[in-house]
Design a protein around this ligand. Structure first.
Ligand code: IMP
Length: 183
C-alpha cells in the first residue's frame, strides 16, 4: 500500500514495521519457552489488537487458538473514560485453559484490570497479558503484565491497529500525529 499520504500525518515514527516484527518474534519465543507443553488460548481485544494478534500468532511454530473480545473503554477522542462494556464476548469456554490476553497498548490499565478480573472469574488455568506497548501510568497498575513489547512515553500514538477517530489503524508503523491532524 502507498502509505505516503497517511504517513504525512505522522510527526514521528516511533517503531518501524521491521522493529515491530522483530520484537514480536522475540516475544513469541519467550512465550513458547514459558508455556512448553501447555496449550495457549490467545484472547485478542478488538479492535486495536488485530494486527498484534495476527503477527504474534504467526511467529509461533506451534498450535495456538485465538478468540476475541470487544470492550469499550474509549470514546472517539484521546482520553480514557474508565467505563468498560462488553460489546462482544468470547466464543470459547476458558475454564481450565491457559489464557494469554493480547493487547495493543496499555495506558491507564483501567480496561485491562477490569478484563482480567472478568476472565479470572471464569475459572481459567492461568491468565497472562502480552501487550505491544505500555505507557508509564500502566506500571502503577495492580495487574502484572508478563510480556511487554515496548515501554513508551506518555504520548498519543497511532498505527498498527491503534486509531485516532478510527483512522490510522492500517499503518504498518507506529508514530505520533502531527498537530495539524488534531486541529
Ligand atoms: P486504558 O484503559 O487507559 O489502558 O486504555 C486502553 C485502550 O485505550 C487501548 O486499548 C486503546 O484502544 C486506547 N488507547 C490508549 N492509549 C492510546 C494511544 O496512544 N493511541 C490510541 N489508542 C490508545
Amino acid at each position: 500500500m502507498d502509505e505516503s499520504h497517511v504517513e504525512g500525518d505522522l510527526l514521528n515514527v516511533l517503531y518501524s514495521e521491521e522493529q515491530i516484527q522483530s520484537r514480536l518474534g522475540e516475544l513469541a519465543k519467550e512465550i513458547e519457552a514459558d508455556y512448553q507443553d501447555q496449550e495457549i488460548l490467545l484472547v485478542g481485544v478488538l479492535k486495536g489488537a488485530v494486527m498484534v494478534m495476527a503477527d504474534l500468532a504467526r511467529h509461533f511454530g506451534r498450535h495456538v487458538e485465538m478468540d476475541w473480545m470487544a470492550v469499550s473503554s474509549y470514546g472517539s477522542g484521546t482520553k480514557s473514560s474508565g467505563v468498560v462494556r462488553i460489546l462482544k464476548d468470547l466464543d470459547t469456554d476458558i475454564s481450565g485453559r491457559h489464557v494469554l490476553v493480547v493487547e495493543d497498548i496499555i495506558d491507564t490499565g483501567l480496561t485491562l484490570s477490569w478484563l482480567i478480573s472478568n476472565l479470572s472469574s471464569r475459572g481459567p488455568a492461568s491468565v497472562e497479558i502480552c501487550t505491544l506497548l505500555r505507557k508509564p501510568e500502566a506500571q502503577r497498575m495492580s495487574v502484572d503484565v508478563r510480556y511487554v513489547g515496548y515501554d513508551i512515553p506518555n504520548e498519543f500514538v497511532v498505527g498498527y491497529g491503534l486509531d485516532y477517530n478510527e483512522k490510522y489503524r492500517n499503518l504498518r508503523s507506529i508514530g505520533t500525529l502531527a498537530p495539524h491532524v488534531y486541529s
